[in-house]
Design a protein around this ligand. Structure first.
Ligand code: NIG
Ligand code: FE
Length: 419
């Protein structure tokens, strides 16, 4: 006999059902299916049925009788939240740079002086597997405490074959050992190593000829990402790196137009990237081309908040038909947070998204952005039972009572976690 769990009588179950394509345009992003007094029957880690308690009692009498029961009266139940853009695996913190920025230095000044990504690269290169594993594991534990049940994780603090593989192997081991699902992205092109900045071409060649083939051979990543930004990688270099990844089956993603408009959104559209990420300074033309080519926009308002920069124009993207997702960008330099619910608050309060849009963005759209929408992102029969339970009576409270952690329980693959 398998194990069954019944989440019973939630004040609201927000199912996100029916979004088989990434939801673009406000009318679709705002479409939530909400069941009042809803219940979810889970069997062997898979959702068996979602419906009103009375209906389920009628249809699944036997299963209901043997199930462990979780009373969700007065609570709001959503799909487990999904964070589609993190720099999970890294060593250390950079609070000294935060203080420097508050004293007037810019993020790029600090990076150009050898700090920023370079500082974390040094720390990550020095760290051994176990240190990186332990630090990252703690971050995954914290993600659970905020209702997140799947994260994407980028490499990019190794900047050499040896250390990029180390980061990706840590992510793979955590995916195996930890209850969290970790979906890996290779991001060897996150920065040009400090001593090669005057002549980046040999590094670009190493990414293309050495790192991408080996990462693909070891099956350590699904996606390939590049930091396309003035002073980091040009659109031309980014194109070559992403095209090279495509030949090895790595799906392109791109850090685009974060600090200035630089053609990143346009490049994402041209090469058929699954998503362009950041987009604080994306041009109107780039947004249009993303919409026309079904490139998703992964928006990271925590980065704008923490760098005290302008926010990405989420409204323009959604209104133009770009399917938008939200993410923490969790990293030690531009967004040291692990709270996706706070990012959802920023989505509403700083980017003018509606509470419905931010829920779509952090569930089913986020699943689409990491190619997992067939398994996660909605509460529908047949999907993996990843569920977040919040101690509030309706979903509006999640963005209304901002900056608070409302989590009441997290279910991963049908098991209630001890968080
Ligand atoms: O997504 N933009 C580039 N990479 C990260 C920041 C990494 C860091 O500062 O350590 C980002 O913002
Ligand atoms: Fe990032």
């Amino acid at each position: 006999m398998g194990s069954s769990l019944l989440i019973k009588n939630a004040s609201q179950v927000v199912t996100m059902a029916g979004h088989t394509e990434a939801s673009a345009k406000q009318d679709v992003m705002r479409e939530l299916t909400i069941l009042e007094n809803g219940s979810i029957l889970i069997k062997d880690g898979i959702i068996k049925a979602v419906g009103k308690q009375k209906e389920l009692e009628h249809l699944y009498k036997n299963d209901m009788a043997e199930a462990e029961v979780l009373d969700a009266t007065g609570k709001t139940v959503t799909p487990g939240l999904i964070d589609p853009h993190t720099h999970l695996v890294h060593a250390g913190t950079r609070e000294n740079e935060y203080a420097m920025r508050l004293n007037g230095k810019s993020y790029m000044d600090i990076m150009n002086a050898g700090g920023g990504i370079h500082a974390t690269t040094r720390a990550t290169q020095e760290a051994d597997f176990d240190q990186l594993y332990d630090e990252s594991k703690q971050r995954l534990d914290t993600f659970f405490q905020y209702g997140v049940t799947t994260v994407e994780a980028k490499s990019g603090y190794g900047l050499s074959l040896e250390h990029e593989l180390k980061q990706l192997e840590v992510a793979a081991k955590l995916d195996e050992d930890h209850a969290m699902d970790v979906v890996s992205t290779f991001m060897g092109a996150h920065a040009v190593p400090v001593d090669e900045r005057d002549n980046p071409e040999p590094f670009v060649s190493r990414v293309i000829e050495e790192m991408i083939p080996e990462v693909a051979r070891r099956k350590l990543a699904h996606f390939n990402d590049v930091f396309c930004e003035r002073g980091v990688f040009t659109p031309e270099q980014s194109r070559r790196i992403l095209e090279a990844g495509k030949k090895y089956g790595l799906i392109p993603k791109i850090h685009a137009d974060e600090i200035e408009p630089y053609g990143g959104a346009e490049l994402a559209a041209e090469i058929g990237a699954i998503s362009a990420e950041h987009l604080l300074k994306a041009s109107d033309k780039g947004i249009q081309q993303m919409a026309e080519n079904d490139v998703m926009g992964v928006l990271l308002p925590g980065t704008a908040f923490f760098l005290m920069a302008e926010y990405a124009d989420a409204r323009k993207m959604i209104d133009s038909g770009v399917a938008v997702t939200l993410s923490t960008d969790a990293n030690p330099g531009s967004s040291p947070t692990l709270s996706l619910p706070f990012i959802m608050n920023l989505g509403c309060l700083k980017m003018g998204m509606t509470p419905e849009e931010v829920l779509t963005a952090t569930t089913i759209n986020a699943a689409h952005a990491i190619n997992r929408a067939d398994v996660i992102g909605s509460l529908e029969a047949g999907k993996q039972a990843d569920v977040a339970i919040f101690n509030v009576p309706n979903y509006l409270m999640l963005s209304y009572h901002y900056g608070m952690n409302h989590i009441g329980g997290v279910i991963k693959k049908g098991k209630l976690l001890n968080i």
